[in-house]
Design a protein around this ligand. Structure first.
Ligand SMILES: NC(=O)c1ccc[n+]([C@@H]2O[C@H](COP(=O)([O-])OP(=O)(O)OC[C@H]3O[C@@H](n4cnc5c(N)ncnc54)[C@H](O)[C@@H]3O)[C@@H](O)[C@H]2O)c1
Length: 259
């Protein structure tokens, strides 16, 4: 059955992929994005004029705008990718991370709570609020993998702001009965190769992440948290080498060029 989704942060990396993914599956998508330095409307360019896609510039901190969007479009799913999302920037300037990842999320949750409360029973049963979070909330691990029950040990203001956000989302489920889901991607961030690049991570292809998010909206248990990963760890340097090999196959370097 086609759904209507409000997707916040839809001009970012994962949000844009998800908007494309859901429109292609036949759903109606309303994309909201503040277009910070990280947002790029070009990511949604091929959806311009599509009858199942709308774009609205604006912030999850703007409750009047959120209430208006919820009222006009009556989404059955709200998916939140909107965030300040780069660890290094959070170290240089943490204030924006608190403002968006905690205060903005709180504003969005308040609007969703009121919207949800006013839905008829059938609409409320089908409604889902999906918060996209990160494994960074668990901190670092020497061996093995995090589970959904791993303790939060955030190591950066970014991770701390996402951990606080996850706590808020959980509380809106437990306290107010909002049907929430939390998805934590088990990878991400740019790929700087520190030292010898031997650090291993569970890297995840963005298309697979979008497939997992859609599956959660269909079958996830409200109130639950789901870690989403590939299940295959690979060292940063091995991943970079594989990507370079693929790029060399697609576009071999010009004679005399650097490969
Ligand atoms: N990229 C990864 O590999 C990765 C890994 C794990 C988790 N995550 C999480 O997934 C989510 C999306 O990540 P991404 O890589 O697509 O991020 P991104 O930085 O590429 O995109 C974030 C988007 O949010 C928008 N935005 C920022 N503040 C906003 C606000 N107040 N209101 C509305 N929009 C706002 C930005 O303009 C941008 O388009 C984030 O919550 C991030 O924490 C990402």
């Amino acid at each position: 059955m086609p759904h209507t989704l409000l997707v916040a942060g839809a001009a970012g990396f994962i949000g844009a992929n998800f908007a494309h993914h859901m429109v292609a599956l036949g759903h109606q998508v309303v994309s909201l994005d503040k277009l910070t330095y990280a947002g790029n409307l070009e990511n949604l360019a091929s959806l311009t004029g599509h009858d199942r896609h709308r774009f609205q510039e604006g912030s999850i901190n703007d409750s009047a705008l959120l209430r208006d969007l919820l009222h006009r479009h009556r989404p059955d799913h709200v998916v939140n990718f909107a965030a300040e999302s780069h660890v290094d920037r959070s170290i240089d300037g943490p204030a924006a991370f608190i403002d968006t990842n905690i205060a903005g999320l709180f504003t969005l949750l308040e609007c969703v709570r009121d919207y949800c409360d006013a839905l008829p029973d059938s609409g409320r049963a089908a409604f889902r609020f999906l918060q996209v979070s990160t494994d960074e909330v668990y901190g670092s691990i020497a061996d093995g993998a995090f589970t959904e029950d791993s303790p939060f040990r955030p190591n950066s203001p970014y991770a701390a702001s996402k951990a606080a956000g996850d706590g808020l989302v959980r509380s809106y489920n437990r306290t107010y009965g909002v049907p929430t889901l939390i998805s934590k991607a088990l990878a991400g961030q740019p790929l700087p190769v520190y030292g010898d690049g031997a650090n291993e991570r569970d890297w995840l292809f963005v298309g697979d992440h979008c497939t997992a998010l859609e599956a959660l909206l269909r079958g996830g248990e409200p109130g639950e948290t789901y870690n989403v990963g590939s299940g295959e760890s690979i060292s940063n340097i091995a991943l970079v080498e594989r990507l370079c090999d693929l790029l060399t196959d697609i576009r071999p370097p010009a004679k005399g060029g650097v490969s």
